[in-house]
Design a protein around this ligand. Structure first.
Ligand code: SF4
Length: 339
């Protein structure tokens, strides 16, 4: 077959992959040879928080296994419809931390910009699954008001781009944002929180790398993988490419029942991350968001798991177990259980 030359009008491959994501529960079940008994509850749960998963991520799942740890992160379940006491729509106090359009300020020296409501994947445990992105989204009316708010606060040394997923924005929007941030003299570090290098590694393409390399700030990318099997050769290449730009690459994971709540899973995740060039940074306890209670792992169990994983790993591969509490001055570090 003769390759079709790309024209400047054609979206880049990553945007085509993004648009081609699986959004119909029936298709996901068919692709994975799963029993149609899952369909009705999946449709009911997806009517509240839509299914979305890139095909490349589906390809890393085991066919015929409804307990696959990658599938469990994205398959809508009837359990999401159950009420759970203590689980709400704003579990970490995002809305009270608002300091400008799409701008959240919880901790000294740092501000977080909700750049977009779009994500490549819809993680069923997402703490922002009920976030009012239509109102709180810095890209909606242009970035200028948020950039002005950052410019007015000389205590800010670091800006965190979050969302949604900041890398779901196209390069033109990112270039606008990066140049606005680098013009603020007191901002020294730029941090991206993104799941795209894991679920859609095509995003780290030559265009983005050229743009990102040119940013003269200290650069940190915090990716989000929860299980070793998420890290295939395409993901390792994407992380390698990010590191080649002088970026520090860290990982944050969420401890999820049925996904990574075993010592073996945590050890394998840390080893796979280090093989890929990313350091395990945080292991979050689940934020109590409505619809995700079935993923919850009790704190004492989490502390024991981290202690047991720590006995099998060098210290630099043991993630910090943390819980985020609304209104707290920092994340709460939870020490491993004593052995
Ligand atoms: S990628 Fe992040 S923001 Fe998007 S659904 Fe997953 S956890 Fe939520």
């Amino acid at each position: 077959m003769v390759p079709v030359p790309l024209t400047s009008r054609q979206p880049p491959a990553w945007q085509r992959a993004l648009q081609d994501a699986v959004t119909d529960p029936a298709e996901l079940l068919a692709l994975l040879d799963l029993d149609p008994q899952w369909l009705e509850p999946a449709r009911a749960a997806a009517s509240r928080f839509a299914l979305r998963v890139p095909r490349g991520f589906v390809a890393r799942m085991r066919r015929g296994d409804p307990g696959d740890p990658l599938l469990r992160q994205v398959l809508p379940l009837g359990l999401e419809l159950d009420d759970a006491p203590g689980f709400g729509t704003d579990p970490v106090g995002d809305l009270a931390a608002r300091s400008g359009p799409g701008l959240l300020q919880k901790y000294d020296g740092r501000a977080l910009l909700v750049t977009t409501g779009a994500c490549a994947v819809h993680c069923r445990y997402c703490f922002r699954r009920h976030f009012p992105y239509d109102e709180e989204n810095a890209s909606r009316g242009g970035f200028a008001p948020a950039l002005e708010a950052i410019g007015r606060d000389p205590t800010l040394r670091e800006v965190i781009l979050s969302g949604g997923d900041p890398l779901a924005l196209g390069d033109r929007r990112l270039a606008e944002l990066f140049s606005g941030l680098q013009a603020v003299a007191h901002v020294r570090r730029l941090r991206l929180h993104t799941r795209l290098p894991i679920v859609l590694p095509e995003r780290i393409d030559a265009g983005f790398l050229a743009l990102w390399s040119a940013v003269p700030l200290q650069k940190v990318v915090v990716v989000h993988a929860n299980h070793a099997r998420e890290l295939d050769a395409t993901v390792r290449a994407a992380i390698d490419a990010l590191r080649s730009t002088g970026t520090t690459v860290l990982n944050q994971a969420v401890l999820l029942r049925g996904v990574n709540d075993s010592v073996d899973a945590l050890v394998e995740l840390s080893e796979a991350l280090f093989d890929a060039g990313a350091l395990p940074y945080y292991l979050h306890l689940l934020d109590p968001v409505a619809g995700a209670a079935h993923f919850d792992v009790p704190q004492a169990t989490a502390q024991r798991l981290v202690a047991d994983a720590g006995a099998r790993l060098p210290g630099y591969l043991v993630p910090r177990l943390v819980r985020e509490e609304a209104g707290a001055a920092s994340k709460t570090m939870l020490p491993p259980a004593s052995r």
